[in-house]
Design a binder for this molecule. Structure first.
Ligand code: GDP
Ligand code: IMO
Ligand code: MG
Length: 419
């Protein structure tokens, strides 16, 4: 069997959690391949709402095993909080989660380093979620990191001490006040809690799953425009959010990838700093934010809003090799007289159809306008949808050359049309 991948095509928060939860009933194994508790994946069903941070969104499906892959950076404190909240709701997390020994650990000092680094950047700050993601990945690539498997080593406390000392010496370069022992006790206790879970060599596990004929769904975090290589650097996260990240973050060979589901909103949002060509600063932007409840699932920060950007979407489709699109939150645009889509950019007076290298370039979107549509939230088949909306969908399909196979018309699991 092949591993199917679900990932975000924009700047995160596209609705990945909802689609992973929806499709997870078809997959015995669901695996997160990168990111960490900077992610917030919301899921609504049966009148209840959940936000998952590091735990894969297949956790609510009986019979689905959830893997935290080697590409993830795991904070034992948030992991424990997530688990305890799920257990309180009757979800048997211990039976359903396996953790890769090779996943890297986020220490409390990684979070301090994140905060110190952002504070030092001043106006040029990334707008990080301050969960320690950047510093943890820096330790990983700098070959200083600690991994989940290290918690089983006899000299774990010594290794921890060495890494903490390294962090303190880096922190001395910043004019930043902090408590060196902040959260340390809680972190150590959470490490003990985490050790109650099954640790696996997830690269062997994942490949054996596929070899035994079982299907696997890989869940991405963030979005393609936040990718460390292909996003709007330096306003990005620190991991590979693109499809290739699923291979790296789980140890899967490229030929084992099957369907690639690209998740995008019918408009765009971004939280944190960085370019956003179609951003709206007017009443329309505010209305999208209000109707779409565009506030961070983790940080509660208001998300920046704007029209759909087809230049960026086509770029993401190309890099990810998307085979099926899922368009989310079209219901939020209901009631607008006209809906716009950026089909090109004007850069230095020239019309271009590529994402410019220069993150700081002045980019003016070139729009095409579409007739708006009314309420979509009750529709459960493509045929029930308004003609004006279907024109919008079919335009996106024609420009991306990828079918929109899933249409989400509300946050609930049931508010979904599969074509
Ligand atoms: P993720 O990080 O990609 O999983 O997305 P988030 O959970 O951070 O943000 C998506 C938000 O939109 C969540 O609050 C979802 O419940 C909500 N949502 C998902 N799909 C739809 C939809 O089709 N319509 C509306 N109105 N809300 C949706
Ligand atoms: P999900 O998985 C939206 C953004 C931050 C910041 C930049 C770097 O829920 O879609 P980091 O904490 O990684 O150092 O932040 O990336 N960011 C996200 N934006 N959704 C996310 O995750 C994000 N994870 C990080 O706002 O601009
Ligand atoms: Mg999110």
């Amino acid at each position: 069997m092949k591993a199917d991948v679900i990932l975000g095509l924009q700047w995160g928060d596209e609705g990945k959690g909802k689609i992973v939860d929806l499709l997870a009933s078809r997959y015995p194994v669901v695996a997160r391949f990168q990111g960490g508790p900077n992610a917030g994946h919301s899921i609504h069903f049966g009148g209840k709402s959940y936000v998952l941070r590091s735990i894969p969104s297949g956790i609510f499906r009986e019979g689905a095993l959830n893997i935290i892959g080697n590409g993830v950076v795991l904070d034992p404190i948030t992991f424990r909080q997530e688990c305890e909240a799920l257990i309180a709701d009757g979800v048997p997390v211990k039976d359903r989660i396996y953790i890769s020994r090779k996943a890297h650990l986020i220490l409390p000092t990684h979070r301090i380093l994140d905060a110190a680094s952002e504070a030092a950047k001043g106006k040029a700050k990334i707008g990080s979620t301050l969960k320690g993601i950047g510093p943890a990945y820096m330790d990983k690539t700098g070959r200083n990191g600690m991994r989940v498997g290290d918690t089983e080593a006899a000299d774990f406390m010594d290794r921890l001490s060495v890494l903490r000392q390294r962090h303190f010496s880096v922190l001395r370069q910043y004019d930043y006040e902090y408590d060196p022992d902040a959260d340390l006790k809680e972190w150590l206790s959470a490490v003990e809690y985490m050790r109650g879970f099954k640790f696996i060599d997830s690269e062997y596990f994942a490949n054996e799953v596929l070899a035994s004929g079982k299907a696997m769904l890989c869940e991405g975090a963030q979005g393609t425009m936040l990718d460390i290589d292909f996003g709007s650097y330096p306003f990005v996260t620190s991991s590979s959010t693109v499809c290739a990240g699923a291979c790296i973050g789980l140890g899967l060979p490229p030929h084992s990838i099957g369907e690639v589901y690209g998740i995008f909103k019918a408009y765009c949002t971004r939280v944190g700093s960085g370019p956003f060509p179609t951003e709206l600063f007017d009443a329309t932007g505010e209305e999208i934010r209000k109707k779409g409840f565009e506030f961070g699932a983790v940080t509660k920060r208001p998300r920046r809003t704007g029209w759909l950007d087809l230049v960026a979407l086509k770029y993401a489709v190309m890099i990810d090799g998307v085979t099926a699109l899922a368009m989310m939150k079209s219901d939020v645009l209901a009631g607008f007289d006209k809906v716009k889509v950026a089909v090109a950019y004007k850069v230095d007076g020239k019309t271009v159809s590529h994402v410019p290298y220069d993150t700081y370039a002045e980019v003016e979107p070139v729009y095409e306008e579409f007739d708006g549509w009314g309420d979509l939230t009750e529709a459960r088949s493509y045929e029930e949808l308004p003609v004006s909306f279907r024109k919008y969908v079919e335009f996106i399909e024609s420009r991306t050359n990828v079918p929109v196979k899933i249409l989400s018309v509300g946050p609930d699991r049931s508010q979904t049309i599969i074509r």
